[in-house]
Design a protein around this ligand. Structure first.
Ligand code: KIV
Ligand code: ZN
Length: 524
């Protein structure tokens, strides 16, 4: 079906796709993503608010922490179904069933590998033994719980006749959801669509259960494969916030949900997700596990609705549909961001200046635009404060400059002394202590300038190689509605950090002079 045909079909009622979130299990078990039970509870609340249908809380037989997390979550979260993962072993199933006792809507999720590679090298079991173990496990569990999901681990690399056989026996034994994982992210959209189509058409009892897709992202195809599985008949998708998960991760919840929403007419399928909660939920996870998403991450990356290039900004100013296929507000961003930088054109600069209250004649705009372009050669992003500064011909000096600094971190805590020349050329020196060298340094700079900065982000990178290597520090702060970025470069990363700090402080001071605002420059 092409896009035009799909738009013409507006009357078909969309299929309801269940969203099974495994951030707290498959996501959490990957390197750098672990969460404590209270953190999992915070995340589970957010997932419930988001409107997921199932939250997989963990793998109780694998750790005490997962059991505690499930207990905490089950006590409070009553609406989405709560699932736990279990191997096809009676001892594991017993532990899982105990964990599920407190849940209002419990689901047991059992899995066993089915592919020849896993059967031979991991399980050392024959096809017959795998079949028998699955039947025994599901029958055993069925005596205690009705909602049972069975996953054929490495399902997409399983011989298709065997996949049909095992899915058939799992359904007959009592499974209510059949999940076909692409465990190693190996399949392709066309292939997985066919796998689901044939399973659903040919396996006895397939019409009585929900088919589910669980795709990993090793080839960057997790979302595409999950969409294709839906085309093949899957009615549950397994995914994680920000796509966290084993190796390259799992299908990203925010991406699959928005693909279904934006292309609803094409896929004729929808979820129950409150999409305005996507960005807050993503940001919550980023903070909890300390793993930021890349700026260009679809939907939730900070560049996802930011435009810098002149052509794009011009188009956006005429009609936002030129370069945006969804509204930022629909996924939880406040608005589109027009970033002014080297690639921006006159139209965007003029529009921003107008928003700041400057209505310029052509000739004036020419001059400011030339200054703007010159500034872009020195810094990546030009903020409102920078524009204000360009508009003032105040000759306001160069701001604070670093004359010297010493930082020590021996004995009891770190201490730093900085000597600066102030905007009038006078020397100021201050010493401060802190929890570490950078903390002490920033405290000394704050004491010397009277500027308090509350950092949103602080990063240090290495630039260049070998003897040319230098440290580049970048930091950003929020002051009211505005975000200020600063950078500093030096062979010494502590000095680079001081330069970055002063870069931001000088911008704030310039803005204070520009707006005649005498308030204390303290960021909340
Ligand atoms: O990727 C996988 O195969 C899994 C199963 C345990 C569902 O996570
Ligand atoms: Zn997985």
């Amino acid at each position: 079906m092409n896009a035009q045909q799909s738009q013409a079909q507006t009357q078909v009622s969309p299929a309801r796709i269940r969203v099974f979130d495994t951030t707290l299990r498959d996501g959490e078990q990957s390197p750098g993503c672990s969460m404590t039970p209270p953190q999992k509870l915070v995340m589970a609340r957010a997932l419930a608010d988001l409107g997921v249908d199932v939250i997989e809380t963990g793998f109780p037989a694998s750790s005490q922490s997962d059991r505690e997390a499930m207990a905490l979550i089950a006590r409070e979260i009553r609406e989405p179904t709560l699932a736990v993962l279990s191997r096809c072993l009676q001892a594991d199933i017993d532990i899982s069933l105990r964990s599920l006792e407190a849940a209002a809507k419990p689901r047991l999720h059992v899995f066993l590998s089915t592919s020849p590679l896993h059967r031979e090298h991991k399980l050392r079991m024959s096809r017959g033994q795998v079949l028998e173990r699955v039947v025994q496990s599901i029958r055993y569990a069925k005596q205690h719980i009705d909602d049972i999901e069975f996953s054929t681990e490495d399902g997409t690399r399983t011989e298709e006749d065997f996949l049909h056989e095992i899915v058939g026996v799992a359904i007959a034994a009592g499974a209510t959801t059949i999940n076909i994982p692409d465990t190693v992210g190996f399949t392709t959209p066309e292939e997985i669509r066919g796998i689901f189509q044939r399973l659903i058409a040919q396996v006895p009892g397939a019409d009585k259960v929900i088919f589910s897709a669980h795709c990993h992202n090793d080839l960057g195809l997790a979302v595409a494969n999950t969409l294709a599985a839906i085309e093949g008949g899957a009615r549950q998708v397994e995914c994680t916030i920000n796509g966290i998960g084993e190796r390259a991760g799992n299908c990203a919840l925010e991406e699959i949900v928005m693909a279904l929403k934006v292309r609803n007419a094409f896929f004729e399928a929808d979820t129950g997700i409150d999409t305005r909660r996507l960005v807050p939920t993503s940001q919550l996870l980023q903070r909890l596990i300390g793993m930021p998403v890349q700026r260009n991450k679809a939907v939730v990356g900070s560049n996802a609705f930011a435009h810098e290039s002149g052509i794009h900004q011009h188009g956006m100013l005429r009609h936002r549909g030129t370069y945006e296929i969804m509204r930022p507000q629909d996924v939880g961003w406040p608005d589109t961001q027009m970033v002014l930088g080297r690639h921006s054109g006159r139209a965007a600069v003029e529009q921003r200046l107008r928003a700041l209250g400057y209505y310029l004649e052509e000739a004036e705009l020419d001059m400011v635009f030339a200054d703007f372009k010159a500034l872009c050669e020195q810094q990546r992003v030009v903020t409102d404060a920078d524009l204000q500064h360009l508009m003032q011909d105040t000759g306001d000096g160069e701001g604070y400059r670093l004359a010297s600094m010493t930082v020590s971190d021996v004995g009891q805590g770190a201490s730093a002394t900085v000597e600066l020349s102030d905007p009038d050329g006078r020397r100021v020196a201050e010493t401060a202590k802190g929890d570490g060298p950078v903390d002490a340094l920033f405290a000394a700079l704050s004491a010397a300038t009277g500027v308090q900065l509350s950092l949103e982000s602080y990063q240090v990178h290495s630039v260049g190689l070998g003897t040319d290597a230098r440290g580049e520090a970048s930091l950003s702060v929020r002051h009211g509605e505005d975000e200020y970025e600063g950078t500093g470069t030096s062979r010494d990363i502590i000095e680079a950090s001081a330069l970055a700090w002063l870069d931001v402080a000088n911008r704030l001071l310039r803005q204070r002079r520009a707006t005649g605002n005498s308030e204390q420059l303290a960021t909340a």
